[in-house]
Design a protein around this ligand. Sequence first.
Ligand SMILES: Cc1cc2nc3c(=O)[nH]c(=O)nc-3n(C[C@H](O)[C@H](O)[C@H](O)COP(=O)(O)O)c2cc1C
Length: 235
Amino acid sequence: MEFSDLIRARYSVRAYKPDPVSDDVLAQVLEAARLAPTAANRQPFRLIVIHTAGRREELRRLYHREWFGHAPVVIGICALPGEAWVRRDGVNYAFVDAAIVMDHLVLAATDAGLGTCWVAAFDPAAAREIPERFARRREICLELLARAPEMRFPVPRGAFYVFLDATPFFGAWAGGREIHDSAALAAHLLETHGLAVVPGAAFDDDTGIRVSYTLSEDDLRRGFGQLLDVLRARA
Ligand SMILES: Cc1cc2nc3c(=O)[nH]c(=O)nc-3n(C[C@H](O)[C@H](O)[C@H](O)COP(=O)(O)O)c2cc1C
């Protein structure tokens, strides 16, 4: 779309169709956010993408408008003053940066034919519970991995995944199975134990497996416990 048309086309949409947003379009919108300028290029923000299907009630706690949970995707931005550039008079630019990021995101969404509405009037206490829940899951994951010191992995900074070094588990497994790459290891874990991980080959790194820690605390404890048992038995 021509830029001047785009600027005129954007408006605050307060009625949404339930049609899902494809991963490609979402990626395009998030890429525009990633490319947004930030002071001293500090990028002091995190985006939280929430697919609203099945979460309408929970979302209504954040913002009491019927249409809010009707949008298929809600994107939250957390400004991180501790990571932001600070002017010599003490003014912190985290919120300026966050606003620029969101504006890029909104304009990219408009360009992709999506409606958007900024929402600032949400309940901040209810919103804060979401990243806190993810932070807690990350802690649980690290706590469980700490009990298996032979597992090697870069300590994750994000909210969702840990990338475990799979190379110690390449070679012969019980039952005559030979595993020499991340896809074979992932297939083995899935077929024999129902454990779903993503092979590192999907990210051009065949040396590891990506394990998500977004599930409930009970599922995490059960899943990680089982994963570590299986891998340690082979090690
Ligand atoms: C920082 C910011 C916060 C906003 N918060 C809300 C909100 O909480 N709820 C809402 O319905 N609209 C919200 N809006 C939308 C504005 O009301 C809207 O952008 C403005 O009235 C101009 O209308 P337009 O976006 O259709 O051009 C917000 C807009 C901005 C820029």
